[in-house]
Design a binder for this molecule. Structure first.
Ligand SMILES: C[S@@+](CC[C@H](N)C(=O)[O-])C[C@H]1O[C@@H](n2cnc3c(N)ncnc32)[C@H](O)[C@@H]1O
Length: 315
């Protein structure tokens, strides 16, 4: 099991997700848990079309950044043995309430994705849907995912596309490039102190390889034809990776413990929305001031990761 200090950004992100739970995730949980289909991303692409998970019955699955745990619930309902991990007590409280209401129970662990108090090689699938995949430092949570995955196990995660990350301001996606891709990593939003992590595709591939994963797929979740402009208009990247059962030593990374095979992936942004206020933010901890003090609501930030039609500020 790994040991590490609590990252400096976790408290700010927990505060934001506590507020988000009070504002909308708690209220949305019932409907999300009740959904019969497994859908991916803001455009709700059905799993039966994407076939990323396959048959999960009997598999051990950990979700890093489970939030209210609706995705874990979908997996548990299909026969998986699921563990939900999240650092925000309020999100887990909602998840527990939903477990009580539905009778669908599985373990919930309060922890952040960079340091998970669960044993090595104990999961067939390590999964993150807009959780650790956005709010945890990939240079810390990807090694954790590698540690948690069994030989032959998979890592499947959904995140923002790199392109939309480059075009994002305080309100959502714009039609302009607002920051360089070079050096993309830590992004701090000066309005909420929220900290996100994003990498370019090449860095993702290197990082996954260095941690022994092979990429199986990168799935681009584009907006469907005729879709209304979304506040973020994100296409999302879904990366599916696999850890081979006979680990081979990666070529160039001394820190990598085991090789893994990566299997599949996600995607870049489609038509950005017309948000006009530039959201300025800087990498590596230096936050920039926000040029315009008005925002539609805090939800436009918090809902960026997964905005549903019930979001109070849906575009
Ligand atoms: C968009 S929500 C989760 C969505 C989730 N799929 C669900 O079913 O509700 C993002 C979650 O990431 C969590 N989070 C924030 N920082 C994290 C970290 N360092 N590691 C793991 N999860 C984190 C937040 O607490 C929040 O619950």
């Amino acid at each position: 099991m790994s040991s590490s200090e609590r990252p400096d950004y976790v408290d700010a992100n927990v505060a934001n997700w506590t507020r988000a739970n009070a504002e909308y995730t708690d209220a949305q949980a019932e409907r999300s848990w009740a959904a019969e289909e497994i859908n991916w991303g803001i455009w709700q692409k059905p799993e039966c079309e994407l076939n990323l998970l396959g048959d999960v019955e009997g598999l051990d699955i950990v979700e890093l950044g489970c939030g209210t745990a609706y995705f874990s619930a979908w997996l548990a309902r299909r026969g998986a043995r699921v563990v939900g991990v999240d650092p925000t007590p309020a999100q887990l409280e909602t998840a527990r309430r939903m477990q009580g209401q539905t009778g669908l129970e599985f373990p919930l662990v309060e922890a952040y994705g960079e340091d998970v108090p669960l044993p090595d090689e104990s999961f067939d699938i390590v999964h993150s849907e807009y959780g650790a995949s956005i709010w945890a430092d990939p240079f810390r949570w990807i090694p954790e995912a590698a540690r948690l995955a069994r030989p032959g196990g998979r890592l499947i995660f959904l995140r923002n596309s790199t392109l939309v990350t480059l075009c994002m301001d305080f309100e959502g996606a714009t039609e302009r490039l607002l920051r360089p891709q070079r050096g993309l990593h830590r992004m701090e939003w000066s309005d909420t102190n929220e900290v996100e992590f994003h990498l370019g595709h090449g860095e993702w591939i290197d990082l996954l390889h260095e941690n022994g994963f092979e990429i199986e797929r990168l799935v681009e979740l584009y907006a469907p034809e005729g879709a209304e402009t979304h506040s973020t208009s994100l296409s999302r990247g879904m990366m599916k990776c696999c850890r081979p059962s006979s680990p081979t030593q990666p070529k160039s990374c001394a820190s990598t413990r085991k090789a893994r095979r990566v299997a599949s992936l996600p995607a870049p942004a489609s038509a950005p929305s017309s948000a006009s206020t530039r959201r300025s933010c800087c990498r590596d901890g230096s936050s920039a001031s926000r040029p315009t003090p008005q925002r539609r609501s805090r939800c436009s930030r918090s809902c960026r990761a997964r905005r549903t039609s019930s979001c109070p500020v849906s575009a």
